[in-house]
Design a protein around this ligand. Structure first.
Ligand SMILES: Nc1ncnc2c1ncn2[C@@H]1O[C@H](COP(=O)(O)OP(=O)(O)O)[C@@H](O)[C@H]1O
Ligand SMILES: [Mg+2]
Length: 387
């Protein structure tokens, strides 16, 4: 296996040895390069960008003319270049492919120095090498992806676990408070009914009643969040629930300058659910969306079917949320709103209701880009046939 394009007809022993030595030297460079790449990729803690940057620097030395070789790695639209990078037309490249999808390229360019210099040729071995490098990069991407997915799953589990703990705590507190509160409310109502109170005292009694009713609402929501309210389940069409809920907002949407786009699948299978509770879900999400669009915008509600699940998405074009806010939205009493605008119980209640129906809720949002809430609910087993 010779690496020089020029082959003499009468090889002397010495020239043969020289060629073998050179081929060996090239092979060592290739192996060194591949070894360096696997060593760099082994640095698990390093962010992916720095890994690719380190890799691109070890590529040029593996080529036959290292001084003239420049390398570039492109992954998912991001570009990493070896030092003093310039492009030229003289290049060798290989695609980076993961799971049948092209994610980018590895490229090596020979830059031409001076005039009249002969075009530097790539060796056959080098086209194998660049493919091997591309495969290694693809492997790194796949491994990193698997790790992120694992991390995300772990985070979700911790989150769910924390919510469940908060739920138990909230339910405990709510039950404890319920009784004394019933007393306060009941006796205040009795006072109003049975005594001829002086005007001021009557007014104060009204305040006690109003405050107790408000507190009772909060307790109800806490119990809903903790999934401790009995459900009244029946076979329902989710589109009807949405229409009923939206009916409550017609005027308010119009006044707020919000355009409503509702895109409800006409062939929605039935679900086995508590209609009243699900209406509450839609109401809470729509209220949030309206509050997030003080200057108007678009509210889009969509229902679709995906396998055994019904999907309902509610999207707004409002303020959106930062990562820090997103992490806390399902925690009871977390709110970014003024005291009369929100209690921080809307989404915890939504979460409690959806999960108690065997469903799930997901959110996508970033600042200034609005928010997208997607609810997934299992379709009633016997309505799959009617599809
Ligand atoms: N559609 C949305 N757009 C932007 N932020 C939202 C949206 N929905 C919820 N949020 C954020 O999540 C927080 C919690 O929502 P929620 O539980 O309904 O409580 P509340 O609306 O009473 O504050 C809100 O205070 C707000 O910061
Ligand atoms: Mg709310």
């Amino acid at each position: 296996m010779t690496k020089t394009p020029f082959v003499s007809t009468k090889k002397t022993q010495a020239s043969k040895e020289r060629m073998t030595a050179r081929a060996l030297h090239e092979r060592i460079k290739e192996l060194t390069c591949l070894y360096s790449i696997s060593r760099i990729s082994g640095k698990n803690a390093a962010p992916p960008d720095s890994v690719f940057q380190d890799i691109v620097e070890v590529i040029p030395p593996a080529w036959q003319f290292p001084a003239a070789a420049k390398a570039r790695i492109e992954v998912d639209g991001k570009s990493f270049q070896s030092s003093n990078f310039t492009e030229s037309r003289n290049k060798l490249s290989a695609p980076v492919i993961t799971q049948g999808k092209r994610r980018g390229w590895v490229e090596v360019f020979y830059i031409q120095r001076g005039t009249g210099a002969g075009e530097k040729k790539f060796l056959k071995e080098e086209s194998h090498l660049i493919k091997a490098i591309a495969r290694q990069i693809a492997f790194i991407i796949e491994r990193r992806q698997a790790e992120t997915e694992k991390d995300d799953l772990q985070k979700q589990l911790i989150h769910a676990d924390r919510l469940a703990t908060i739920g138990q705590l909230a339910a405990g507190v709510a039950h404890e408070l319920n009784e004394p509160l019933s007393g306060i409310l009941g006796f205040a109502q009795l006072m109003r009914k049975h005594y001829k109170l002086p005007v001021k005292a009557a007014e104060d009694t009204e305040k006690i009643i109003k405050a107790s009713l408000y507190a009772r609402e909060i307790i109800k929501k806490l119990l809903l969040f903790a999934r401790q309210t009995p459900t009244l389940k029946g076979r329902i069409n989710f589109n009807d629930i949405i229409s009923e809920a939206l009916g409550l907002f017609e005027r308010r949407l119009e006044k707020a300058g919000i355009e409503l786009i509702s895109n409800l699948s006409p062939k929605l299978p039935l679900i086995f659910a508590d209609g009243g509770q699900l209406k509450q879900v839609i109401v809470n999400l729509v209220v949030n969306a309206i509050q997030a669009m003080p200057a108007g915008g678009v509210l889009t509600i969509r229902t679709t079917v995906e396998g055994m699940y019904l999907l309902c998405s509610i999207a707004d074009t409002g303020t959106g949320m930062t990562k820090e806010i997103l992490e806390r939205i399902f925690v009871p009493f977390f709110t970014t709103k003024e005291i009369d605008q929100g209690t921080g119980l809307g989404l915890p209640v939504v979460h409690g209701i959806v999960t108690s129906h065997g469903g799930a809720i997901a959110v996508k949002s970033s600042p200034q880009n609005g928010a997208l809430f997607t609810i997934r609910l299992p379709i009633a087993a016997d309505s799959m046939l009617q599809g």
